[in-house]
Design a protein around this ligand. Structure first.
Ligand code: COA
Length: 328
């Protein structure tokens, strides 16, 4: 029987040019570069201009990934866009991306799994490849969280940034790609990262706007506790299940939310710093875009090459988490 695998055939990122430094934030709200750096490791973040949008960033990242993979728009079978900050609640932004690309043979859908979205989307794409159904799938992580945070709320606005990155997963008969994965969810923590108004439970009203309920709210301390434990656990689970050891991992790309959480997880797992990819200092938390942006940069910096064993772990709202071991 023929077995199919999903090869990482291309990658690309698209990050807005505009940068806001900690210093600039400190001039606008009651915070400081020292506080942000010490607690999070973040130094600056990219944010969209008024005329830049989620669909455009996702399209640009997808184009770059397609170029690297050497495929045309007609060859794309499916587009999965992981995001929690689409242009509109309806229609799905995935169809805008599909249209912009001219990918007229592709199906397209959105996955809303907070910062874990890209890992969920990658694992989903792999199932379509393994089934033999599709040959080329674009998986995009994209966020414009800067439009969802209250820029007067120092608890949240200092943490997030905007950006997009995409990969092309391509069908091959050579054994490669996803080895093991683990997807998790614990909805009992649903209130820890939440946008209260804007869904159907609390639609946007004058009252909800006056109360600022359209903005992202976060219980940082609870999320920190959850993330510190789950990162290490989720990593260990996929490594154990695959019958590998931690030493065999060539590069660990964790969700870039907070440098302290990353350090803690790497230490727990026994991974040396040189095997851990960190760029949260430059981008802040780009949510569903954080893992693919890191993948793209790891390739650009020659820290990732064909044949490497890559470990991905993400966590986010839901609460959710996901991890995978991937042969590049
Ligand atoms: C948000 C986070 C950085 C806060 O760090 P912390 O060490 O937990 O800080 P605390 O919650 O103890 O807050 C300490 C104080 O700093 C204040 N503070 C919060 N944000 C601040 C800021 N940007 N600048 C200065 N002070 C700030 C708080 O108001 C609090 O003051 P108080 O004690 O007078 O109430 C940290 O909890 C965190 O990173 N959590 C995880 C967030 C995350 O990863 N979210 C994304 C999930 S995908």
């Amino acid at each position: 029987m023929i077995r199919y695998y999903g090869k990482l055939a291309g990658y690309g990122k698209a990050v807005p040019e505009k940068i806001i430094t900690n210093q600039e934030l400190a001039e606008r709200i009651d915070t400081s570069d020292e506080w942000i750096t010490e607690r999070t490791g973040i130094k600056e973040r990219h944010v969209v201009r008024e005329d830049e949008h989620c669909s455009e960033l996702a399209t640009e990242a997808s184009r770059r990934a397609m170029d690297k993979a050497g495929i045309t728009a007609e060859e794309v079978d499916l587009i999965i866009v992981a995001t929690s900050s689409p242009d509109y609640l309806t229609p799905p932004v995935s169809s805008q991306v599909q249209h912009n690309l001219g990918a007229n043979n592709a199906g397209a859908f959105v996955m809303v799994v907070g910062c874990t979205g890209f890992v969920y989307a990658l694992v989903t794409a792999d199932q379509f490849i393994r089934s033999g159904q599709y040959r080329n799938i674009i998986v995009v992580g994209v966020e414009v969280t800067s439009r969802n945070v209250d820029w007067n709320d120092r608890n949240t606005c200092v943490l997030f940034g905007d950006g997009a990155a995409a990969v092309v997963l391509q069908r091959t008969e050579t054994e490669t790609g996803l080895i093991t994965h683990h997807l998790g969810s614990d909805g009992s923590g649903f209130e820890h990262i939440i946008q209260v108004a804007g869904g159907t439970r609390n639609s946007v009203t004058h009252k909800s706007l006056d109360e600022g309920l359209q903005f992202l709210q976060m219980n940082g301390r609870e999320v920190f506790k959850f993330a510190s434990v789950i990162m290490g656990q989720a990593l260990k689970k996929v490594v154990d299940e695959a019958g590998y050891t931690i030493d065999e991992i060539d590069l660990f790309i964790p969700h870039q939310a907070n440098a302290r959480i990353i350090e803690f997880a790497a230490k727990q797992a026994g991974l040396p710093a040189e095997k851990v990819f960190v760029n949260v200092d430059k981008y802040g938390n780009t949510s569903a875009a954080s893992v693919p942006i890191a993948i793209a940069e790891a390739f650009e910096q020659n820290r990732l090459k064909e044949g490497d064993l890559l470990a991905l772990v993400a966590f986010g709202s839901g609460l959710t988490w996901g991890s995978c071991l991937f042969r590049v």
